[in-house]
Each structure stands twice: as structure tokens, then as C-alpha cells.
Design a protein around this ligand. Structure first.
Ligand code: PMP
Length: 287
């Protein structure tokens, strides 16, 4: 049985869930999205995801036609229609159907799409073995061109990076910003640990401000680990004792190799695994 997909207030069978070829989401990548997880029937960090979705839309002068509370209800409704308790939820808001030509004012109304499905970014074995990542030549979008804080449908910067890492046979692509500082991976934020201190690039490095990133920083503080948002170069990563990536789909995935260099013991780090355990505990009770 196929999935039921939410489009503009209607729940449609997957095969009937279609949008116009004149939608500017398709023609220009003009729109925003969120990737959300539900655990045990409860949406994780719903408020944070709603805030980021609406902020991303506001940054694009895109007015989402329903409230955050209505959007949250629509997500729950879609999950219920699909009988899902464990789910990866994709919310997409496009500029809507318009004319050929950029003008967003010629688009009638934004389209709201909600897909509730499942996702497995990395195999279970990779969480035990650890990921290897490579620095790619594609630099992260400069914030004055297209701010990485906006979770927009224009993900080509990330896709170009992903293509490079796939060609290198690596698990993720590490992107630097135009000044050569570490920004983030194609679809995940990055952290390192050294001398019992957790480091991650600051927002000003040009990153998507990950919701998992924020949760992990909070968990680390609760564990008595100092957290520093600090600019880093590749050097800092190469000499790290532990490294991991964070994301809604990935949760916390250990990194054991960067650009062919083996980190620390070559195995997922102790603090990384502790954080992963605490994160998974939190998903059981909700956040
Ligand atoms: N950076 C990028 C570029 C992303 O696309 C994502 C989400 N996949 C993340 C970081 C992690 O963000 P979150 O923890 O909110 O999923």
C-alpha cells in the first residue's frame, strides 16, 4: 500500500500526489523545506523545526498560508493517516504555481507538501565502525549570496559537494567556507573533541543551524563537557581526538577518517558514543 501525502490540506494517495510543472519550487528551487523525525509517535523538536521553517520562508519573503500550529497539526494528521510512529517527515513549501520568469509575485499561493516516510542515511554498521569523510573543492555558499541558514529548495551547493564525496568513495563531504574555515558537511553539521572540549563551527562560518547540533551542545554541557563554537581549519580536524556529524536523519554519526587520515584510535570516540546514547535516550522521551 502506498503512502498518503499531504498537499494543501488534502491527503492524497502517493500516485495522485502531484504538483504543477509551473511551480516555482520546481522551476527555480524557490521554496523551503524541513526534515523532521518522529520517534514513538511523537515529533522530535517540533517547535524548533517550525521556527526554522518559518524563518527560512520569511528570509525568502515567502508567506506560508497556515500558522505554525496548523502546520504541526497537518504533520501529525499525515503521520496518523499513514499509521506511522517512527518516521522521517519532509515538509516542503514552494512558492507555488506561477509564470515562466522569476517574478515570485506572479505565483498564486505557496504549496504545502508533507511526506511521512522512513529514512536510513547510514547503515547500523557505520555507527559502529565510523564514517570516513573528505574535504571537497566545492566551497559552502557565502552567506551574502545565499545564506546557508535558509533551508531552501536550492540545495545544489550541497549536491555538488555530495557528488565529489561519492566520487572519492567517502561517506560525507566536508565543505569549507570561502575563507578556508570548516563550515559543515553536505547534509550534516560537524563537531570535534580535543582535551575534553567539544568544538563546532560558529553560525558565522556559514552553516545551517542544525537542530541536532543545538541538542548535542546542550547534552554535552549537561555531561560537564565544555562547548566552544569556534572557527576551525582542516588542521584542527586532523589533530582531533574524536569527530562526529549531526543531523536529524543521521542523529550522531562517528567519523574516524578525514581526507585519508585516521583520527585518534581509528574507532568511534568514547564521548561521541556517550553523546549518541544520550541523544537516543532523549528521542525516547521527546524534546
Ligand atoms: N547542514 C545541512 C546542510 C543540512 O542539510 C542539515 C540537515 N540535513 C544539517 C546541517 C543538520 O540539521 P538538523 O540537525 O536540523 O537536521
Amino acid at each position: 500500500m502506498g503512502l498518503k501525502i499531504y498537499i494543501n490540506g488534502q491527503l492524497l494517495p502517493q500516485e495522485d500526489a502531484k504538483i504543477s510543472v509551473f511551480d516555482h519550487g520546481l522551476l527555480y528551487g524557490d521554496g523551503v523545506f524541513e526534515g523532521i523525525r518522529a520517534y514513538h509517535g511523537k515529533v522530535f523538536a517540533m517547535d524548533q523545526h517550525m521556527d526554522r521553517l518559518y524563518d527560512s520562508a520569511t528570509a525568502l519573503a515567502l508567506k506560508i498560508p497556515i500558522t505554525k500550529a496548523e502546520m504541526a497539526n497537518a504533520i501529525k494528521e499525515t503521520m496518523a493517516a499513514n499509521n506511522l510512529t517512527e518516521s522521517y517527515i519532509r515538509v516542503v513549501v514552494t512558492r507555488g504555481v506561477g509564470k515562466l520568469g522569476l517574478d515570485p509575485n506572479k505565483c498564486a499561493t505557496p504549496q504545502i507538501i508533507i511526506i511521512t516516510d522512513t529514512i536510513e542515511l547510514y547503515s547500523k554498521a557505520l555507527y559502529e565502525r565510523g564514517l570516513d569523510i573528505v574535504t571537497v573543492s566545492t566551497i559552502r555558499n557565502h552567506f551574502s549570496a545565499l545564506d546557508p541558514k535558509i533551508k531552501s529548495l536550492n540545495y545544489l551547493n550541497n549536491i555538488l559537494a555530495k557528488i565529489e564525496s561519492l566520487q572519492a568513495g567517502a561517506g560525507e563531504a566536508l565543505m569549507l567556507n570561502k575563507d578556508g574555515y570548516v563550515a559543515e558537511c553536505a547534509g550534516d553539521n560537524i563537531f570535534i573533541i580535543r582535551d575534553h572540549v567539544l568544538f563546532t563551527p560558529p553560525e558565522s562560518a556559514g552553516i545551517l543551524v542544525g537542530i541536532t547540533r543545538n541538542v548535542v551542545m546542550k547534552l554535552a554541557l549537561e555531561m560537564g563537557i565544555e562547548v566552544k563554537e569556534q572557527l576551525m581549519t582542516k588542521y584542527d580536524l586532523y589533530i582531533a581526538e574524536e569527530c562526529f556529524l549531526t543531523g536529524t536523519a543521521a542523529e550522531i554519526i562517528p567519523v574516524v577518517k578525514i581526507d585519508g587520515r585516521i583520527l585518534g584510535t581509528g574507532k568511534p570516540g568514547k564521548i561521541t558514543l556517550e553523546l549518541l546514547k544520550k541523544y537516543r535516550d532523549l528521542t525516547k522521551v521527546g524534546f
